[in-house]
Design a protein around this ligand. Structure first.
Ligand SMILES: C[S@@+](CC[C@H](N)C(=O)[O-])C[C@H]1O[C@@H](n2cnc3c(N)ncnc32)[C@H](O)[C@@H]1O
Length: 267
């Protein structure tokens, strides 16, 4: 992953801000971390300003998360599905690496008031360690800002970080048998097709049959096409796929952040 230049100019607009879209990222994060107790309008504007400045401190983070959020919103709408049972979503964030989106995903899927139980998993211990620290830092930011009841431990509304091989998940029984949402950011089919075939077999079979949705994003055009072809042969039905109009260029030709986003369900 490229490092962010320290002197990058900041001009970040969070989702919904000034657009009338009504999906403010900060509002969703406040909802997530306060366990639904607070919304942006309940809080001191000075505090809101400080939280925004904190979130925008890392320009690529805000930009990428804003774009991911908008793409997920579009993809989910196009599926016509409303994943989750009652007010609960079981979310698997697979091959999550250092998991930039660890707090954004439950905020996104929980914005309608649902409880989100997220399992974030990656093969590499070091990445999972970083992911856990990153999530805790964000949580602390909200706690320090005095957001009421920063996520009490409620087993229906948690984030668990698991360092393990996704292809072993079936045997371990350490995660739920079914998921309402499975998310794979920057899927990596090209790295090892056989391993990723096993991962995709797992995710297609573990989606809640009636309304479960798999979201994948890809860095490259060709890799995305190949992943969708493979998913179809494994019983996936691609309901939505689109090139992200706001994708950010990276250090390799043709490689950009969340270049493609797709939503897949069980056939
Ligand atoms: C291209 S990286 C994407 C990481 C992260 N999702 C992101 O967007 O930055 C692919 C990730 O897949 C993980 N991975 C590869 N094989 C895996 C497996 N069998 N089980 C779990 N994770 C795996 C790697 O450790 C790596 O972090």
């Amino acid at each position: 992953m490229p490092n962010e230049p320290a002197n990058e100019k900041k001009l970040i607009i969070l989702p919904g801000e000034g657009t009338g879209a009504g999906t403010d990222l900060l509002d969703a994060l406040i909802h997530h971390f306060s366990d639904g107790e607070a919304t942006i309008s309940d809080l001191d504007p000075k505090l809101i300003k400080e939280l925004r400045e904190e979130l925008e401190r890392s320009p690529f983070f805000s930009q990428d998360m804003k774009n991911l959020w908008l793409m997920l919103e579009k993809a989910l709408t196009k599926t016509g599905r409303n994943p989750g049972i009652d007010d609960q979503i079981r979310l698997l964030n697979l091959a999550c690496g250092h998991c930039e989106e660890g707090s954004i995903l439950p905020a996104f899927f929980g914005k309608g008031g649902k409880r989100v139980r997220q399992f974030a998993m990656d093969l590499r211990d070091r990445e999972i360690d970083k992911a856990r620290r990153r999530y805790n830092m964000t949580e602390n930011l909200f706690r320090k800002a005095g957001i009421p009841r920063v996520r009490e431990k409620d087993e229906r509304n948690t984030v668990e970080f698991v360092a393990d091989d996704a292809t072993h998940l079936v045997g371990y029984g350490q995660v739920p048998a079914r998921f309402d949402v499975i998310f794979i950011r920057h899927q990596n089919l090209w790295h090892d097709r056989e391993v990723w075939k096993k991962i995709y077999e797992f995710v297609i079979n573990r989606l809640e049959p009636d309304n479960g949705v798999l979201f994948i994003t890809s860095y490259f055009d060709r890799e995305h096409i190949l992943a969708l072809e493979l998913l179809k042969t494994l019983g996936g039905n691609v309901l939505f796929t689109e090139q992200n109009p706001h994708t950010r260029e990276l250090d390799y030709p043709g490689k950009t952040v969340d270049r493609h986003v797709a939503a897949i369900v069980q056939s």
